[in-house]
Ligand binder design. Structure first.
Ligand SMILES: [Zn+2]
Length: 343
């Protein structure tokens, strides 16, 4: 797997043998299977106690079962024990801990669906395991005597989290591109569902229209909302305005670090509170709801995502999975590009 770039040399090995739904790679461990067979066969021989099996048990010190020996061989680790071992590691353990703050099934759907190339999957696992050769990794883990300031912004230590979602120098280029691709998937789903567009384009060629308006609907993309009172946050990513029901939704999208999933989600909701009140008053609406669409840069999905989307009747798993896939592909692209930049 390492030779074919499917498993990074320093990535977690125990993770390989965990089920994909738990964030692992789903491989069978031959040694563990062998141990299980030994234990099961020993049990069979010892419990049967027919004359022939009894004799075999008394003399066998030659077969792998070693029946003459009464000490039971060690058990293969259970899934739970493997998971605890993974989580207990200082570096590799960060991702499984963060996984608990997200929606378990949806956050690991990129692994269970198997829709990525092995190399991309391995690269994302290496990013999540924190073993990418950033300057901070070289300094703190490999103990190289180097300055670990980011090669781009020179302000913060160059950690993998800094590259995937914290570097201000690439915020308006690389992160924005990743953000707008996700926004495009959601926007296109909304406009096709509302029959404002007939056919669906591939998400990477979809062009976001700033304003789409009919007698019943208004869909804004990245438009500044004018209000009488000055409001600091006045530009939600998507505004979905239902003229008939007199209701609107502000949808904001973000791809923060794994550690900031819940924090970013709360921030987005409070950020647009004032604007939602103003908008509601201007258009005399019954209700304005803020929906926060958070997928972390490594693909963790908020526990609330389905509930949020059900409010706009878009509790659509394939759409959520496509957004996650797009984020993962973009994060891999950003990290590869970043590491190729020479100072
Ligand atoms: Zn930087």
């Amino acid at each position: 797997m390492t030779a074919n770039r499917i498993h990074h040399t320093n990535a977690s090995v125990i993770r390989l043998y965990l089920p994909r739904r738990s964030g692992g790679r789903g491989l069978l461990n031959l040694e563990h299977l062998w141990k299980k067979q030994i234990i099961n066969l020993r049990k069979y021989f010892k419990e049967k106690q027919t004359p022939l099996l009894k004799v075999i048990c008394e003399i066998d010190s030659y077969s792998p079962l070693k029946l003459k020996n009464n000490d039971e061989p060690t058990q293969a680790p259970t899934i739970r024990e493997k998971r605890e071992e993974w989580q207990g590691k200082a570096l590799h353990g960060k991702y499984p801990k963060a996984l608990d703050s997200g929606h378990q099934t949806e956050s690991t759907s990129w692994l269970t669906s198997g829709s990525l190339y092995g190399e991309t999957e391995g690269f994302m696992c290496a990013i999540q395991d924190g073993v990418i050769s950033t300057k901070n990794y070289k300094k703190c883990i490999l103990k190289e005597d180097i300055d670990d300031h980011c090669r781009m912004c020179k302000t913060a230590p160059e950690t993998i989290q800094h590259i995937t979602s914290g570097c201000p120098t690439i915020a308006h280029t690389e992160y924005l591109k990743r953000h707008n691709l996700t926004a495009g998937i959601l926007h296109q789903k909304i406009v096709t569902k509302l029959k404002l567009q007939e056919s669906e384009d591939p998400y990477y060629t979809y062009v976001l229209q700033p304003v789409i308006e009919t007698d019943s609907w208004k869909v804004y993309w990245d438009i500044t909302i004018r209000t009488d009172k000055t409001v600091a946050a006045n530009r939600p990513d998507i505004v979905l305005h239902d003229k008939q029901r007199k209701e609107a939704f502000f949808i904001d999208i973000a791809h923060p670090n794994d550690n900031n999933l819940e924090k970013t989600e709360r921030e987005k909701i409070t950020k647009y509170f004032e604007l939602s009140q103003e908008y509601k008053a201007i258009y005399k609406l019954n209700k304005v709801t803020v929906l926060s669409n958070i997928i972390t840069s490594t693909g963790l999905i908020s526990k609330n995502m389905e509930t949020y989307f059900s409010k706009i009747h878009l509790d659509n798993k394939p759409m959520i999975r496509l957004m996650q896939k797009s984020v993962i592909l973009e994060t891999c692209r950003i990290v590869r590009k970043f590491l190729n930049i020479q100072e």
